[in-house]
Design a protein around this ligand. Structure first.
Ligand SMILES: [Zn+2]
Length: 365
């Protein structure tokens, strides 16, 4: 009898504890923002720190820092298409393939899974919308340069918000389709700049700049486009579905400036991308349950920050920014995570694992 009473007390205490304990020690993640600095290696991030005279940059607010292996299925030096496909699908593919495996079979992307679950989704880029990095999240093609097909697939993607350049891919087409008109028929508000969205707070929205078939100009001509588009997209996505959202934001032209080996342009692009990172981190502060992951698809330029003098017993006489290639390199890239679930990403990861962790954290199968 005495034992029975004790057992009742113990069982009662157990259920009381269950009731007062939060469900899981970690905060549930509702929104994931993936920010890709295209071509942004560790030397690129350090260049921005030097430019800022080591005043903390936004990325330094990160609560967890990791390193990512970027090799593709057929090359230790990946291109944007294969690496973005790894982030989008969790599987490696050959360079220049998008959203398909090396045999050409389509692979479902995290953005498509989120659409199926009724979540809001979006992409913001400084390049043109059918370019490799954004396209890996909504398109499936064997050749990344098949922009016409990629633009047509964009119309069917179910994405909530998209902002970037390249209007002519949608309107001046060999098949004579007007894809922007088709988007309007599907209920999208289509405008030609983020400034025209001041009154818009939710719903399907495309801001596509009339930059012919190319992307937006670099800073300073681009002005506040990237931070403003980041803020506006996050606002719209946050209001568009109670189930949360998946967003991808790309500082696309860090890569282009690095291919050109133009360090001043690289640093200008890094400043701009870091401002957008600050906007996303602030959003995570104001909206608990938001995770922001900042990383790159690969390093571009093989950038090294050497001392002007090889004799390092001397005091410094300047930094020599040395590019070792006009192409990409195979070094690991840095990852900065902020907000709910950030600590999950604080280690050495393969680019495919980043996808698997994001899917797991959002409950996407
Ligand atoms: Zn590149």
């Amino acid at each position: 009898m005495k034992n029975g009473v004790l057992r009742m007390w113990a069982v009662g205490l157990f259920f009381m504890l269950l009731a007062v304990m939060p469900v899981g020690a970690k905060q549930p993640v509702k929104n994931v923002v993936l920010m890709i600095g295209d071509g942004m290696g560790l030397a690129h991030v350090t260049s921005l720190m030097i430019d800022r005279k080591y005043q903390p940059i936004q990325m330094e607010r990160a609560q967890a820092v990791g390193l990512v292996k970027t090799y593709s299925a057929n090359n230790r030096v990946t291109d944007s298409a294969a690496s973005a496909t790894a982030y989008a699908t969790g599987k490696k593919t050959d360079n220049s393939k998008l959203g398909v495996d090396p045999e050409g079979n389509p692979m479902e992307t995290i953005l498509e899974k989120a659409v199926e679950e009724g979540m809001a989704t979006g992409v913001v880029v400084t390049t043109f919308l059918p370019h490799a990095t954004p396209a890996a999240f909504f398109a499936h093609v064997n050749k990344r340069y098949d922009y016409s097909d990629i633009a047509a697939q964009f119309v069917e993607s179910g994405i909530t918000v998209a902002m970037g350049g390249g209007r002519d891919h949608f309107t001046k087409r060999d098949d004579n389709r007007d894809l922007l008109q088709e988007l309007e028929q599907k209920g999208y508000l289509v405008v030609d700049s983020v400034e025209k969205l001041d009154e818009v707070t939710s719903g399907r929205t495309v801001a596509i700049y009339p930059t012919k078939k190319g992307g937006l100009p670099g800073p300073p001509e681009r002005g506040d486009y990237l931070p403003d588009a980041t803020a506006k997209m996050l606002e719209i996505l946050g209001n568009s579905s109670k189930k949360g959202f998946f967003a991808m934001i790309e500082g696309s032209d860090i890569d282009h400036a690095s291919h050109a080996n133009e360090i001043e342009e690289v640093i200008a692009e890094m400043r701009d991308f870091d401002r957008a990172v600050g906007v996303a981190f602030d959003y995570a502060d104001e909206h608990p349950g938001t995770l922001v992951i900042v990383l790159a698809d690969h390093e571009t330029g093989g950038l090294a920050l050497a001392s002007n003098e090889e004799d390092f017993t001397q005091s410094e006489s300047g930094i020599k920014y040395c590019f070792s290639t006009g192409g990409h390199s195979g070094v690991m890239i840095p990852l900065f995570a902020y907000g709910a679930g950030a600590d999950t990403f604080g280690r050495v990861l393969d680019n495919t694992e980043v996808n698997r962790l994001m899917c797991e954290i959002l409950g996407l199968e």
